[in-house]
Design a protein around this ligand. Structure first.
Ligand code: SF4
Ligand code: SF4
Length: 285
């Protein structure tokens, strides 16, 4: 049966829920009877940062990675583009990166969901992050090992710290999208999301070859970093989406652009105002 390495399969409210300082038992490695069993027939939702790391690890372009290694998750009500890792064709539907003796061939760049497994996370009633064991101990034998640790220790050991800031920026977009209720994103917004979140090559070209830098006031140092740093480029993409889709002042606008707009409208623009929201971009009804 297909398993899920993502936040798709939450426990019932209150069941096995832990805070970050909660403790659980777990140990995994080549010596364990189920080694790599969880790397097949599984739904792994890839975040933009996952795709960035994996395509760089493989040394291929974003579009090629998406073509070769992912499937679009078509049943999202919102229309927000989502990609899952494409499993193999065989009976066991193995992950393309797994081998039974050597394990994960992209281990240092493995997706967020693989790092988090056998735990998963969700927002608690007070907005705090809650954790729970998502794997079945009869399948995931590492849960039967006597090796207690806190969730915090687990996250640190799995290199999840670096994901927090990046995922937080992305979540601000996806959770805001949920606020739009029944609206489904139209093609224009979907293309903006695809560009900023899932195509670093084209997004970089867009930054440097469109009016982007004439509109937004980035420092020479920031501009220099964006030429080569894919993570900073991705963070800029998230800010650009918040600016363009949610009307947030996440990017500084050049003074002369503000002055020209004020002159055109005959008003003084407040600093933090949805007037800067792209009027052409509206969620489809
Ligand atoms: S990416 Fe690595 S850890 Fe994740 S399922 Fe594939 S082989 Fe396993
Ligand atoms: S112990 Fe769990 S996480 Fe480790 S290989 Fe087995 S099923 Fe996968």
């Amino acid at each position: 049966m297909e398993e899920t390495k993502s936040a798709i399969k939450p426990a019932a409210r209150g069941e096995g829920i832990m805070p970050i300082h909660g403790t659980f038992n777990f140990q995994c490695g080549p010596g364990i009877g189920c080694y790599t069993r969880c790397c097949g027939d599984v739904t792994i939702v890839l975040t933009p940062y996952d795709i960035l790391r994996l395509k760089n690890r493989l040394g291929i372009a974003s579009e090629d990675f998406i073509d070769q290694y992912t499937l679009p998750l078509t049943k999202t009500d919102s229309g927000l583009p989502v990609f899952v890792l494409k499993m193999g064709e065989g009976l066991e539907k193995r992950c393309p990166f797994v081998s039974s003796d050597k394990g994960c061939s992209v281990y240092t760049e493995r997706p967020w969901a693989c790092r988090m497994y056998p735990l998963d996370t969700r927002d608690g009633d007070e907005g705090e992050e809650e954790y729970f064991v998502t794997a079945d101990p009869e399948q995931c034998l590492g849960l039967l090992e006597n090796n207690p640790m806190t969730v915090e220790e687990w996250e640190k050991g799995q290199g999840l710290d670096v994901y927090k800031d990046v995922e937080e920026l992305f979540n601000q977009i996806t959770s805001a999208q949920r606020i739009w209720g029944d609206h489904k994103l139209d093609g224009k917004v979907q293309n903006m999301v695809l560009l900023a979140c899932y195509n670093s090559e084209r997004f970089r070209k867009f930054i440097f070859e469109s009016n982007f830098l004439k509109l937004f006031d980035l420092s020479p140092e920031e501009i220099e970093i964006l030429k080569t740093d894919d993570l900073e480029l991705l963070k800029l993409g998230f800010k650009w989406l918040q600016f363009g889709l949610l009307g947030k002042s996440t990017l500084p606008i050049r003074e002369k652009v503000i002055k020209a707009k004020e002159k055109e409208l005959g008003v003084t623009l407040p600093k933090d105002d949805g007037l800067w929201k792209n009027p052409e971009i509206k969620p489809a009804k």
